[in-house]
Design a binder for this molecule. Structure first.
Ligand SMILES: C[S@@+](CC[C@H](N)C(=O)[O-])C[C@H]1O[C@@H](n2cnc3c(N)ncnc32)[C@H](O)[C@@H]1O
Length: 178
């Protein structure tokens, strides 16, 4: 069983959107770098962090992960629903993330595992890669990284219009051991 009560350190949020996860982490003592290709997302997160009194713990930066990866080393790197209809080599991004972890640091990838009724993509043929397949795509050297969790979790989610539905999330947690 993985102890998920991590001591605060340096975190990187990939594709942060409006930054709910970064704010949550900053509120618990983490120093967060949050990146997104959207200037609007970065501006909103910067304003939200200031209004929550967390401006000194959150640095939001516009960054296209298709082109390059942010510099620095981190204790926790999150990629939550880093899905996009545009070109993005996620395996390369996640491999860069694994290499940007400090020894002992963790990479947390949360992906959609089912289509919510409110999703913009209602393609019935869509296939969601399993966490194991995502891990295989990252292609990490055994002995330096270990998969701590690889799960499909089902739960009730609330959509933007207030509707609720059962959805599946794919959760992958990788730890850098050396
Ligand atoms: C589905 S949203 C998830 C947002 C947030 N992580 C969350 O869980 O609410 C995906 C995010 O990835 C960002 N994104 C898409 N392509 C990107 C890229 N090439 N570089 C950086 N961010 C990107 C989008 O702008 C969007 O904010």
């Amino acid at each position: 069983m993985t102890d998920l009560s991590l001591a605060p350190g340096d975190a990187l949020d990939l594709g942060c959107g409006e930054g709910g996860d970064g704010l949550w982490l900053a509120g618990r003592g983490w120093h967060v770098t949050a990146v997104d290709i959207s200037a609007v997302a970065v501006e909103r997160l910067t304003a939200l962090a200031r209004s929550h009194g967390l401006g000194d713990r959150v640095v939001a930066v516009r960054h296209d992960l298709h082109i390059s990866f942010p510099s620095g080393v981190f204790d926790l790197i999150c990629a939550h629903y880093l899905h996009t209809p545009f070109g993005l080599d996620r395996s390369t991004v996640l491999r860069s993330a694994a290499h940007a972890l400090r020894p002992g640091g963790r990479l947390l990838v949360v992906d959609h595992g089912s289509t919510a009724p409110w999703s913009w993509n209602q393609d019935a043929g869509i296939r969601y890669p399993s966490p194991r397949e995502v891990a295989a795509g990252i292609d990490l050297t055994p002995g330096t990284w270990t998969v701590e969790r690889s799960d499909a979790l089902r739960g009730i989610a609330t959509g933007p219009d207030g509707r609720t539905a059962e959805v599946t999330d794919h959760v992958l947690l990788i730890r850098r051991t050396a």
